[in-house]
Write a protein that binds this ligand. Structure first.
Ligand code: ADP
Ligand code: GLC
Length: 482
């Protein structure tokens, strides 16, 4: 039996700000249970869903040093769907109405978390063979592991993996302050270690000190070695390319299943979608006060409203997208300029645009289940889960060919009867508009073709099955290395 400990800043169902939580909350369930004991450790934010806060069990507590500070570390535990989750408690760091988002606080918060995790491991009776870290918030785990923990007997031979879900976010802060916060020696703050462009960089530390690095699609693993996508770290990514692997994300097929989903009014599957799916559309049109018309081409967007997701392209041609024969349903929060843009168009085209500027799991499922197409023209996309959810719910993705979008959506080819969605290459608003119009045309004029696109999409395996196996292979490979 191999022991794997996932370390992350969020995990469903406890706390979620994006796809990272979906991955950390679902992937561990898909490993071969006879061979792997996979557990997860995240912070015990006071804003965690209260039903889980009430259920978790206190295990132990102790104190750690963080440079000159002494801090409390509590450990709680909860088993959920067969996976053991640990929670690090410290209300000084983990209180507030959202888990993170203010970098000046987050730097110390996650330095603490990383050190607390390593300090907690010997007390929970679970010795990991591999510590699997995720994103910059856990970047210091491989650093502290090498710096002090690895020399103790308990941590001998413990390996680490750093998975990059988004290279844009690196945990960058003033070098002197980070030195003061982390207590790491001066020698760690050089350009071959934690320093990048005169600042300290948590993710860079993780990338340098982890044994392997992975990211969430093959294309993104290639892209981040180029200056356009490399976010200033492309040189480092190239230098570590022998230890860099791209493994595409999967979906929790139990959570996202149109046949059993209790959040939608009318369940359907790959056979019954022709008879049932449109009923969800009618229900959503009524709920959102749009014109009720089962034939209207309905495009959905469920997203963080940030530049990453291509909203400046959408803004540029919004009037043209919102044509008379289109309905647009948006669910998202984020940059004010995009929130207000969508509010404006909701007002301007009230009968055909519905902007829902809030966060709701329930509404997201309704949108995936109701729309005809799903628009995701990202500037960059490490993997993307929304397009996978769309495929699963018979909603045809319209995407830009980048990162995971390129790897998971096969472009429709009308001559070969192939493809599961529509895609365009260049980051150009009119190229996007052309492909939306093309999709609309197929929808209105070649309904049988459209339905076959849905057929192929719903048949695509977007589950974790294949990718969990790839992680297992990678774990084996790493554990064979001396
Ligand atoms: P990212 O992690 O970059 O935000 P992903 O596509 O990997 O992008 O994952 C986004 C996840 O967050 C999906 O599960 C999506 O349904 C969900 N999501 C985004 N915005 C909202 C929202 N406003 N309400 C509900 N779910 C949302
Ligand atoms: C990040 C990426 C997204 C990816 C998710 C989970 O938030 O932006 O593309 O799907 O992480 O890996």
């Amino acid at each position: 039996m191999k022991n794997i400990l996932f370390v992350a800043s969020e995990a469903v169902p406890f706390i979620k700000t994006g796809g990272l939580a979906d991955v950390v909350g679902s992937l561990p369930k898909y490993f071969n249970k006879d061979k792997y004991d996979v557990r997860v450790i995240i912070p015990k934010y006071t804003c965690l869903l209260s039903e889980y806060l009430e259920k978790m069990v206190y295990k132990t507590h102790f104190y750690i040093d963080l440079a000159w500070r002494t801090q409390y570390v509590g450990i709680f535990e909860l088993e959920y769907e067969g996976i053991l989750f640990y929670f690090i408690d410290n209300e000084f760091y983990f209180s507030g109405s959202k888990p993170y988002g203010y970098i000046h606080e987050d730097i110390e918060k996650f330095a603490f978390f990383s050190k607390a995790v390593l300090s907690a491991i010997p007390t929970i009776g679970f010795k990991p063979d591999i510590i699997h870290c995720n994103d910059w918030q856990t970047g210091l785990v491989p650093v502290y592991l090498k710096e002090r923990f690895a020399s103790g007997e308990f941590f001998q031979g413990v390996k680490s993996i750093m998975t990059i879900h988004n290279l844009k976010f690196q945990g960058i802060w003033d070098l002197k302050k980070v030195r003061d916060i982390t207590g790491l020696a001066d020698s760690y703050f050089t350009p071959d270690k934690l320093e990048a462009y005169n600042d300290a960089n948590f993710l860079k530390g993780g990338i340098i000190y982890a044994d392997y690095i992975t990211t969430v699609s093959s294309s993104y693993a290639e892209e981040i070695q180029t200056s356009f996508y490399g976010e200033g770290l492309d040189g480092l990514m190239r230098s570590r390319s022998n230890s860099l692997f791209g493994i595409v994300n999967g979906l929790d097929y139990t959570e996202y299943n149109p046949e059993t989903d209790t959040r939608i009014g009318f369940n359907f599957n790959q056979i019954t979608f022709r008879k049932e799916k449109w009923k969800n559309k009618i229900a959503l049109q009524k709920e959102l006060s749009l014109d009720v018309d089962k034939n209207k081409f309905m495009i959905g967007i469920v997203s963080r409203l940030t530049d990453q997701k291509g909203f400046d392209l959408i803004a540029y041609v919004m009037d043209q997208i919102c044509a008379e024969d289109v309905q647009l349903v948006i669910l998202g929060t984020g940059d004010e300029k995009y929130e207000n843009m969508f509010r404006h168009y909701d007002w301007k085209y009230n009968n055909r645009v519905s902007s829902n500027i809030y966060y709701s799991e329930e509404m997201s499922h309704k949108i995936y289940a109701s729309c005809d197409a799903f628009l995701m023209p990202s500037l960059f996309e490490p993997c993307g889960l929304s397009q996978l959810m769309s495929l699963r719910y018979g909603t045809v993705p319209i995407v830009r060919e980048t990162g995971g979008l390129k790897d998971t959506v096969e472009p429709y080819n009308e001559y070969e009867n192939s493809g599961t969605g529509f895609s365009f290459t260049n980051y150009n608003a009119h190229e996007m508009l052309r492909i939306i119009d093309y999709a609309k045309n197929i929808y209105y004029k070649k309904k049988r073709e459209w339905n076959k696109i849905i057929d192929r999409g719903m048949l695509t395996d977007c589950s974790w099955n294949l990718s969990a196996k790839k992680y297992e292979e990678l774990y084996e490979k790493l554990l064979e290395e001396i």
